[in-house]
Structures are given as structure tokens and as C-alpha cells.
Ligand binder design. Structure first.
Ligand SMILES: CC(C)(COP(=O)(O)OP(=O)(O)OC[C@H]1O[C@@H](n2cnc3c(N)ncnc32)[C@H](O)[C@@H]1OP(=O)(O)O)[C@@H](O)C(=O)NCCC(=O)NCCS
Length: 378
């Protein structure tokens, strides 16, 4: 009815400035606050990257120790949250939805929510939520499997503590480093859908808990974070069917389906995170003496690259890496969330600092001037 041009899916629309991450989708470059993702993945820790994203610079040793200590001191969950975790597990809720629900209810235990936009308080809330997300997820997984909840340990890193709470065993250095790297790689990625959801939420001057709840709900979908679980289901289906992976993929494309873990709104070449995760997945397979998952993945990647010009995204290789670490498939997307909280909090702080209500418009295509009929005349 009106004729303003429409940009479906806001493709290519620039909505803000951000100092958090730079993406060159043509060259396959990702930079967090000036540092290439490859260097951060190799040399830093998740805690260090969180600090970088939230405070704008790399911490020195003392600052990082204090920051990490603050995080590890906030890992315990209130008893009320543990009760709801048990209830949700009993109802057969998914881990991603349980994470969303508990993050939302945690605002009731947090005294800072009355001052949503003070950056110091937002940062402390960020620590509070970030520290607890792995505890929520591990507790939920154990309860649904009829196992005792394992309380967090303060003397383990964020990555090691999560794996410990999940399995009851302190992970070795390889597992810890692999998981830590995966957390670093997923931490921020420009104005992706879940980050945009967080920014839209706080653009109304709402609070961080609401923003993270919106963001988790947005990340859950199969076109965003939910793709990593579907990648593993695809690889398992291929394995069980004894099909050649290419035949399987061809059939699925012919039936009009998209292949999870491929394509990206911003990258027109291979996602640099997929390169690092692909190496990790290959190493895990080699160490276990089972190269199946990597071989399937490589043949799918080559086929889709040559035939369709599609490249692997972050979700393609994180799936087989997590699988080979023994992590249950439906935890992959919530694990994405326990990392991406880093970016969400950073973006919320940026949004508050230069806020303007995010409020786009739609061209109305419905009727005008209909006559209202009383209910007994319809
Ligand atoms: C990520 C994604 C949503 C980007 O979507 P988008 O920018 O809207 O791009 P489109 O869906 O319009 O795709 C453009 C073209 O590539 C094709 N394409 C994109 N991703 C594809 C995939 N994974 N498998 C098969 N074909 C794909 C589309 O069918 C479309 O082809 P067409 O022009 O002939 O219709 C999309 O690539 C996708 O659904 N990928 C699978 C899910 C996934 O891995 N998500 C995680 C992203 S990190």
C-alpha cells in the first residue's frame, strides 16, 4: 500500500557502529577488537577474550586473575533455580529452552536489575549470568539423566569447570584447550540475529536479563545457532545409512532442503572459525583413531563448494568436534550460547552508550476501510 523500499531480512543494512568485531566476508577475516581470531584462538583464553570484549583491551596478569576470580565466584546457582531445573527436566524440556528460562528467572536473585543501564552494574550482571550459564546447562543435563548435580569448582577455568560439572571428571589439557578455543571462536560475530535481538531489547532501556533471554531464544533456531545440532544429526544419518555423503547431500538438496553448516549471510568464502574448528575436529578424530566424521565432512565441504559455491560456516565443524569430545548433541546450541553471551553483553553496553530506540516499519499490505459488522451479523 505504501511504497518504501523493503530490505528483506535487513540484508546488507547497517544499523549501528560497533567496536567489538570486524568481519570481512569476502576475504574470510574475523577480528575481535583489533585482534585476529586465529591469534586469539591460539594464544588467549575465554576469560581473556571476555575481558577484551567487555573492557576494550587485553587485561594484564593481575587484572585477568581478578576478573577470572570474580567469574568463578559467581558459578553457584540459587536453590530456587536448581528446583526449576529439576522441574523442567521432568517435563522433558530441551536444554536450550531450560537455559533461556533459568537465565530469565535469575533476575529475581540479582539486586542490580533496577538500574539497567549503568555500565558498571551491567558488567557485574554480565559476570553473574555468564558464570552461571555453564552451571545451568551441566546441572540440567545431569538431572535429566538421573545423575547427581556436580557443584562448580572455583579452581578450574570456565572451560574446564563446565566439562567437569558435565561428566564429574576433571578434563585433560587437550579437552580443556579444545573446548576453550571453541568458546573463544563463538564469542562475537557482529550484528548476527541473536545479538540484534539483544540490542533491540535494550534499545527500549530494558535490562540485561531480558536481553539475554531474547538472545537465547533467537539463537535457538536452525538458521542460526541451532544448525550445529542438525549438522551432527546429518553426519549420523549418513553414517547409519551407509550412503556416500555426496549422494545423501544431493538428495537433500534436490528435495529443496538446505544443508546445515553451509552458507552465511556475511561470509561469501569459508568462515575462518570453520577452518580452526575443522583442524580441531581432524585432530580429535586422529587421536581417537576414527577419522569417519572428518572424512564425511571434507567430502560434503568439497562437493558443496564445487557444485553450489557454498562454504562451511562455524556450525559445520563445531558439531563433529563436540561429538568427538563426547558432548550430547542437544547441548551444542546452548554451548554456543554460553560463549556468545560475551558478545551479547558487549553489544548491550554499546547499545546503552549510544542508544536510540530500534523501531523499523513495515509496508502495510492489508485492506483499508472495511465495514465493521456486529458479531451476530458475520
Ligand atoms: C545461513 C543462512 C540462513 C543464510 O541465509 P541467506 O543469507 O538468507 O541466504 P539464502 O538462504 O537466501 O541462500 C542463498 C542461496 O544459497 C542457497 N543456500 C544457502 N545456504 C544453503 C545451504 N546450507 N544448503 C543448500 N543451499 C543453500 C539457497 O538455497 C539460495 O539459493 P537460491 O538463490 O537458488 O534460492 C543459510 O545459508 C542457511 O540456511 N544455512 C543453513 C543453516 C546454517 O548453517 N545456519 C548457521 C549459520 S552460521
Amino acid at each position: 500500500m505504501t511504497d518504501a523500499p523493503i530490505t528483506r531480512g535487513l540484508e546488507g543494512v547497517v544499523v549501528t557502529e560497533s567496536e567489538l568485531s570486524y568481519i570481512d566476508g569476502t576475504k574470510g577475516i574475523l577480528i575481535y577488537r583489533g585482534y585476529p581470531i586465529e591469534e586469539l584462538a591460539e594464544k588467549s583464553s575465554f576469560e581473556e577474550v571476555l575481558y577484551l570484549l567487555w573492557y576494550g583491551e587485553l587485561p594484564d596478569e593481575k587484572t585477568l586473575a581478578e576478573f577470572s576470580d570474580n567469574l568463578s565466584s559467581n558459578r553457584e546457582l540459587p536453590v530456587g533455580a536448581l528446583k526449576v531445573i529439576v522441574e523442567l527436566a521432568d517435563q522433558g524440556e530441551t536444554p536450550m529452552a531450560a537455559l533461556r528460562t533459568i537465565v530469565s528467572m535469575l533476575s529475581g536473585y540479582e539486586s542490580n536489575t533496577k538500574h539497567p543501564i549503568d555500565p558498571t552494574l551491567v558488567l557485574q550482571q554480565g559476570v553473574y549470568i555468564t558464570a552461571k550459564m555453564p552451571t545451568i546447562l551441566a546441572a540440567f543435563d545431569r538431572v535429566r539423566n538421573g545423575e547427581e548435580i556436580i557443584p562448580p569448582r572455583k579452581n578450574l577455568s570456565h572451560a574446564a569447570n563446565f566439562l567437569y560439572m558435565l561428566t564429574g571428571e576433571e578434563p585433560d589439557e587437550t579437552k580443556t584447550n579444545t573446548f576453550d578455543t571453541a568458546l573463544i571462536l563463538h564469542c562475537d560475530h557482529g550484528i548476527n540475529a541473536s545479538t540484534f535481538a539483544a540490542r533491540v531489547t535494550v534499545s527500549t532501556l530494558s535490562d540485561l536479563h531480558s536481553a539475554i533471554t531474547s538472545a537465547i531464544g533467537t539463537l535457538a533456531g536452525p538458521l542460526h545457532g541451532g544448525a550445529n545440532q542438525r549438522v551432527m544429526m546429518m553426519l549420523l544419518e549418513i553414517d547409519a545409512s551407509n550412503h556416500d555423503p555426496i549422494t545423501w547431500v544431493k538428495e537433500h538438496i534436490e528435495n529443496g532442503n538446505k544443508i546445515p553448516g553451509f552458507g552465511h549471510r556475511v561470509y561469501k568464502t569459508k568462515d575462518p572459525r570453520a577452518t580452526i574448528l575443522g583442524d580441531m575436529s581432524e585432530e580429535l578424530g586422529a587421536a581417537a583413531g576414527d577419522r569417519r566424521w572428518h572424512e564425511y565432512s571434507i567430502s560434503i565441504e568439497n562437493y558443496l563448494g564445487q557444485e553450489k559455491g557454498l562454504s562451511a560456516n562455524v556450525d559445520f565443524y563445531s558439531a563433529s568436534a563436540y561429538y568427538q569430545m563426547g558432548i550430547p548433541i542437544d547441548l551444542y546450541t546452548p554451548i554456543f550460547a554460553i560463549s556468545r553471551i560475551g558478545g551479547w553483553v558487549g553489544h548491550v553496553i554499546e547499545q546503552y552508550s549510544e542508544n536510540r530506540l530500534i523501531r523499523p516499519r513495515a509496508n502495510y499490505t492489508g485492506p483499508l476501510e472495511l465495514k465493521y459488522l456486529p458479531i451476530n451479523k458475520r
